[in-house]
Design a protein around this ligand. Structure first.
Ligand SMILES: C[S@@+](CC[C@H](N)C(=O)[O-])C[C@H]1O[C@@H](n2cnc3c(N)ncnc32)[C@H](O)[C@@H]1O
Length: 284
């Protein structure tokens, strides 16, 4: 099983035409809807928004369209991904977007630079997720908020239960995928550890329906080349098990979690003092 190499042109295009076409846009839609509900009028004024792990612009583009008065800085460590996102923004003539090739753990912006930070499905790929969120905390203004989507632990559960049951040790091919799901579950802890508060979490179940096992295996073959590395017989065993247990067709769910949290506002006295404090000449 392979997760595409996001750093190459080929890998980023493969991502865009597979997960970036079939799954990420559906999650991005839920995340954007959540951001619009939570921010309301705030983001319709001039707001500074940072996106982490923007990939080919799956969330970036609809976000920039939904908040035309906000300044959006979209980041990703992969130059190849940034190039795809930049192309998509250019094709739509979006002016409120800038891009930077940087990973979430190495943000170079001054403290308190952003009102809002957003991230669609990239958290499971962060190296050292706890340290990274401490970096993110610094660049959010006091009172500002963060909004993340990640896969939930029940993602593809219906399929995974069958596969683990019939494939035995051959099922280790799914390890890279399962590790990403595991890292995703660290998000609430990492947010609280970084200092964020008012954590909220929404769960969504996105259905994926298939007439039979052939289509199920084709779906995973396209997304992750799942089973390419397992013994050939495993596919037949898996296909038989799916068709036997679900003769009327198979449905599985992608579980999307949308988490939001806030950097605590400064206490009123502290806020008044910092508002009165003269700014350094170079920041004027
Ligand atoms: C599953 S893709 C999601 C892309 C995009 N947000 C979307 O919805 O299609 C994960 C993204 O995380 C990026 N990524 C990998 N390591 C990262 C890191 N340490 N910090 C930020 N982004 C990272 C990858 O380059 C990739 O674009």
């Amino acid at each position: 099983m392979r997760i595409p190499n996001f750093n190459t042109t080929e890998g980023s295009r493969l991502y865009r035409s597979t997960v970036g076409r079939q799954i990420a846009p559906r999650v991005a839609e839920l995340l954007l809807d959540h951001i619009q509900r939570q921010l309301g009028e705030v983001a319709q004024s001039q707001c500074d928004i940072l996106e982490l792990g923007c990939g080919p612009g799956t969330l970036t583009i609809p976000l920039a369209q939904a908040f035309p008065f906000s300044r959006i800085t979209a980041t990703d460590p992969s130059e190849a991904m940034i190039e795809l996102a930049r192309e998509a923004a250019g094709a739509r003539g979006l002016q409120n977007l800038t891009f930077a090739a940087v990973e979430a753990g190495k943000l170079g912006w001054a403290p308190s630079s952003f009102d809002v930070v957003v991230c669609n499905l990239a958290f499971p790929f962060f190296r050292r997720p706890y340290q990274t969120l401490r970096q993110v905390f610094k660049v959010v203004k006091p009172g500002g908020s963060v909004h993340f989507s990640v896969p939930g632990e029940h993602t593809w559960e219906e399929f995974l239960v069958i596969a683990a049951g019939v494939l035995g040790s051959a099922w280790s091919v799914a390890k890279p995928f399962l590790q990403k799901i595991q890292q995703a579950q660290q998000l609430p802890g990492a947010l609280l550890h970084a200092g964020f508060r008012d954590l909220s979490e929404e769960h969504f179940r996105i259905p994926f329906s298939f007439p039979g096992s052939f289509e199920v295996l084709a779906f995973f073959a396209e997304l992750f080349r799942l089973l390419d590395y397992a013994p050939h017989a495993s596919r037949d065993i898996l296909a038989d098990a799916i068709d036997r247990q679900y003769p009327q067709g198979f449905q599985m769910h992608y579980e999307a979690l949308v988490l939001a949290a806030r950097r605590p506002a400064l206490p009123p006295r502290h806020a008044a003092l910092s508002a009165r404090r003269p700014r350094a000449p170079e920041s004027r």
